[in-house]
Structure formats: C-alpha cells, structure tokens
Write a protein that binds this ligand. Structure first.
Ligand SMILES: [Zn+2]
Length: 342
C-alpha cells in the first residue's frame, strides 16, 4: 500500500509517498481502507520537530480518519467488511484513575493515531474494533474524518467546562479555524449569541454564514472595546479562546461579571498577565479544556449524522500530495478542515 510518511524532521518537503507493506489486523482489530483523513495543526508540529512528542521515524501521521472495513481480525463479531467507520482518535487504557472516572482525555496511558501508533496518512490502517464509531451512509467520509478534534474539543469545552445559558453572548476567537467553525455551531446549538473574531474580513463573512451574530476583526479593531460595544457595555458571558498572547489578554478584559473563559490552545503566547483584582471583583472563571471523552466523541458523530453540526471542509488533497496539503495549512489561508483522500 501507499503511505505518506516522513523520514526526518523538516519542512513540508520531507513528506514522501512511500510503498509500505500492507498491515494485517491482529485479534480484536480491523483493517480499514482509509477514505478521508483530516489534517490537524499538531501534524505540522510533529513533522517539523517542534512538538515534544517522541515518535519513531519514518512516521505516519493522521489522528482522525474514516473509511471502510476491509478485513476483520480474530474475535471481531460486531462488525462486517464494508462497514463505514471512524475510529476514536484517542485510545484510552480503560484501567487508570482517569479512565475509571470516564475522563479519557487524561488517560495515563493514552495512545493516539498518528502519534504513538501509525495514523491515517495511509491507504490501509489497523484499528482496535472497540474504538470504531459507525458512520451512517449519508455522512460523507470527509465529514466523518473531521468530527472529533474540532467538535469533540468544542463540545467538551462549552458543555463540561464552561456553561452557556440561552441568550448568552459567546466570544469565539480564531473563528475561521477548524475549532472556531465548530465552536460557532456548538455555541448556537446551545442557545448562545455568537461574536466571532478573526483577522480578515473574508473569514468574518464566512463566520456570519455559520451563524455568528456579530464579528470583530482583531487585525484592525480593539477586541475588548468592540466586544463591550456589541454587548451593550456588559462584555461576553463566555469566551472560547484558542489563540493566546495579546488576544487572550484582551479576551479576559472583555468578559462580563461571572464571565467564563475556556482555553483550548495558546500557540500565539503561552504566558500572559492576568489582573486578579478584576478577576475576583467580577467573579470570573478561567478554565482549561483538552480534547474530550469517548462518550463526547461518539455523541459528536450523532449530532453530525442528525445535521445539527456540519464540519466545514476547506479543501481535499490526494494522499500523494500531502506536502501541498501541509503547505496550505501552514499558509493559514484555509477556512475549516483540510482533508486527505486516497
Ligand atoms: Zn486510562
């Protein structure tokens, strides 16, 4: 089979389209013909060596993918060849203290496709049968491969960590990113009124199409001032933040009394000053959120199948052109998910 791999760390040019032996499913496993595999920014960080994750080279990336079962290992009775599936992107141990509390995102033995084990940048991928999520016929594979990272993260952050009440103003930064487009839809589904922020008018127009009621261009406008203006001087009840740095600082200052800020990423600046006097006076809550539980990931596929959430796909690239897909992601011109297809 073919697989897109890298043999050394570096720029997009290190991605190769290799011939590798077909994998075979062991007991309790299935072999999946990959039909779509989503890119995530962590792929770039792993490829160029900036992530501190330890991997073996050559490495096959791709933590979220979907496809059809083409072979069953011994003891797999619940699935058949031809079934459309997407495996859980994070494989938890089921035994540790966090798994015992169903907080699988903190599993002490967490294994992820494309990181610790071979991922979806390949024509064929082996997955344990217990990880499979059924993909209904009417859900395109490109959508099925783009559910967990963005909707799972957003759902966990906006339902289990922060809480949105009907009519709350919700500020969503980096609204054009995969997590941003997902968070807009989730916040709307929960009854929130969305203020989307991004760095270009084109991205903000797309955010309005997804249901954002107001927008802020943080390249040209002051985020704190604009959010106060939009909310009649009150500020945002909930902030969904994934950028960090100055934008995080300005977002904290843009919160209403009892404001909750939930942070899911901060690449643009990991350390920012916080005025804790403002924090206790206004009874603010600062929350972190990381990925999601197994139940949440599975629930996201249900919401996508029901049409209540719809993955936004920026573009698809053939597996043979993974380097171009990486360059497109690095250009930050995309709106939504970038997906590889065989
Ligand atoms: Zn565990």
């Amino acid at each position: 089979m073919k697989a897109a791999r890298f043999h050394e760390y570096g720029g997009a040019e290190v991605m190769r389209y290799d011939d590798v032996p077909d994998p075979t499913p062991g007991p309790g496993e299935v072999l999946i013909r990959m039909r779509a595999c989503a890119l995530n920014h962590v792929d770039i960080d792993i490829r160029d060596g900036t992530s501190r994750l330890s991997i073996d080279l050559p490495h096959t990336l791709g933590f979220e993918f979907a496809g059809e079962i083409v072979a069953l290992g011994d003891g797999v009775d619940d699935w058949s060849e031809g079934d459309r599936v997407a495996p859980l992107s994070q494989l938890h141990c089921g035994k540790c203290r966090w798994c015992a509390k169903a907080q699988h995102q903190h599993c002490e033995q967490l294994t992820m496709f494309g990181i610790q084990i071979s991922g979806g940048y390949a024509e064929l991928v082996v997955a344990p049968a217990w990880t499979l999520i059924a993909v209904p016929d009417h859900v395109p594979f490109e959508h099925a491969a783009s559910v967990q990272a963005v909707f799972g993260t957003g759902w966990h952050a906006l339902t289990k960590r922060a809480h949105i009440a009907e009519g709350d103003w919700v500020l969503i930064n980096a609204a054009a990113s995969g997590v941003g487009t997902a968070a807009i839809q989730i916040a709307r589904l929960l009854g929130g009124r969305v203020i989307a922020s991004a760095s270009s008018e084109e991205k903000l127009a797309r955010a309005r199409e997804l249901g954002a009621e107001a927008t802020v261009n943080y390249a040209t406008e002051d985020l704190t001032e604009r959010v106060r203006e939009i909310t009649g001087g009150h500020g945002a009840a909930v902030v969904y933040e994934s950028v960090g740095g100055e934008l995080l600082e300005k977002s904290i200052a843009a919160m209403d009394t009892f404001g909750q800020l939930v942070l899911v990423g901060c690449h643009a600046g990991e350390v920012v000053p916080v005025d804790f006097i403002e924090m206790f006076r206004h009874e603010w809550t600062l929350l972190g959120a990381a990925r999601a539980t197994e139940d949440e990931f599975r629930h996201m596929m249900t919401l996508v199948a029901d049409g209540r959430l719809t993955p936004v796909i920026a573009d698809t690239f053939p597996l043979s052109q993974t380097a171009d897909a990486h360059r497109f992601m690095e250009s930050r011109r995309h709106y939504g998910k970038i997906v590889l297809v065989p």
